[in-house]
Write a protein that binds this ligand. Structure first.
Ligand SMILES: *Cc1c(COP(=O)(O)O)cnc(C)c1O
Length: 383
């Protein structure tokens, strides 16, 4: 089945009881048990809710996994996956992982004695070298945030298989429409469904999918015990968002490619980071594992004051954290996603004061370019 068809008809595409065109929002906590000796399929909505279950089946099919699970946020999904490990276990994690993942690993899970080594995973040798006898898992993201560095997912899956490690990836930036890590050999995929899957900047949600049923059952036991589940209303909204994922991403990705090429020619822009550009360091690896560059571009202005002036002048995009919405969103890593990182450390990672990140929405690319052009031109007249 074509991917666009799967987005509409995978999982439960209609209500089995009424034929309704979507699974209703089961706004309930409990289910009547007629026969108390033989409980029904649903008993309590933390364990199972039909609306959440429809979303869980859909994401499992889309990622090509055995089991999907929906959580209250992307961080709840990641944290629940991390609860699979024990004190003393060691994880090798890509150093450019999502900031919240870095924070929970270095605070909460550190107190629970989960041992982590952060490495530059763009070179698989760094990952290999960091493995110790206590290593249980690899956790990488590709492309990473905000510099969009690409990690070779096949190479990671290969290392994990050789060394008997669990391979985990956060696929938020790509979604299963553009990249399917389980098919490349990963064991677990996590998502912030807040971003492209929800797609409308109107909810917070997380998903996890396991390649195998056994691991899926262990993660489901954690979901049920820990309890960070997604509610029925938000499950329904994510299901609705997923139906238009293909058309949204195709249009957003096409506009992103056009804007990235335009930015390359602007003298005010020092560098443009976008995996869809041939000059991008990870372009070839990315092209082998994903179906396009996605809809997020980072680019660098000359310095902090130039970036701040630019952000103040742009009219169409929101200036905000987050990404993946129908509206374009410009983020400023120095004061937003990476504000908690010491400046020296941030600069050492290449996240300069001039760097901004653009999540391209569904506006016309020409209108977005005209808006960026105006902001850059006023910048020039100031100097
Ligand atoms: C936003 C984001 C998260 C966290 O998701 P929440 O839904 O905000 O908890 C995790 N990973 C990536 C790559 C993200 O962009």
């Amino acid at each position: 089945m074509n991917d666009r068809t799967r987005l509409i008809h995978s999982g439960r595409d209609r209500d089995p009881f009424t034929g309704a065109s979507s699974i209703p929002i089961y706004q309930v906590s409990t289910f009547d048990q007629r026969d108390p000796e033989h409980l029904g399929a649903y008993d309590y909505a933390r364990s199972d809710n039909p609306t959440r279950e429809a979303l869980e089946q859909t994401i499992a099919v889309l990622e090509g996994g055995a089991r999907g699970l929906a959580f209250a946020s992307g961080m709840a999904a990641t944290s629940s996956v991390l609860l699979l490990f024990q004190p003393g276990d060691h994880l090798v994690v890509g150093k450019d992982c999502y900031g919240g993942t870095y924070r929970i690993l270095t605070t909460v899970f550190k107190r629970w004695q989960l041992d982590v080594t952060f490495v530059d995973s763009t070179d698989p040798e760094n990952v290999r070298r960091a493995i110790t006898p206590s290593t249980r898992a690899l956790f990488v993201e590709s492309p990473a945030n905000p510099l969009l560095q690409v990690t070779d997912l096949r190479a990671m899956a290969e290392i994990a298989r050789e060394r008997n490690l669990m391979a985990i990836t956060d696929n938020t930036f790509m979604t299963p429409y553009l990249q399917r890590p389980l098919e490349l050999g990963f064991d677990v995929v996590v998502h912030s469904a807040t971003k492209f899957l929800g797609g409308h900047s109107d909810l917070i949600a997380g998903l996890a999918v396991t390649r195998e049923e056994g691991l899926g059952r262990r993660l489901r036991a954690i979901q049920n015990s820990f309890g960070a589940i997604l509610g029925p209303q938000d499950s329904w909204l994510v299901l609705r968002g997923i139906k238009t994922l293909a058309v949204r991403l195709e249009a957003q990705q096409q506009a992103a490619q056009q804007i990235a090429c335009w930015l390359l020619r602007r003298p005010e822009i020092r560098r443009v980071l976008y995996p869809g550009l041939e000059g991008h360091a990870g372009h070839d690896v990315h092209a082998r594992q994903a179906r396009g560059g996605g809809a997020v571009i980072s680019f660098e202005l000359s310095d902090g004051p130039a970036a701040v002036a630019f952000l103040k002048r742009v009219k169409l995009p929101l200036v905000a954290v987050s990404l993946g919405g129908v509206e374009s969103i410009l983020s400023y890593p120095a004061t937003m996603s990476h504000a908690a990182m010491p400046r020296e450390e941030r600069l050492a990672r290449g996240i300069t004061d001039g760097l901004v990140r653009l999540s391209v929405g569904l506006e016309s690319a020409d209108d977005l370019i005209a808006d960026l052009d105006d902001a850059l031109n006023t910048l020039r007249s100031d100097v």
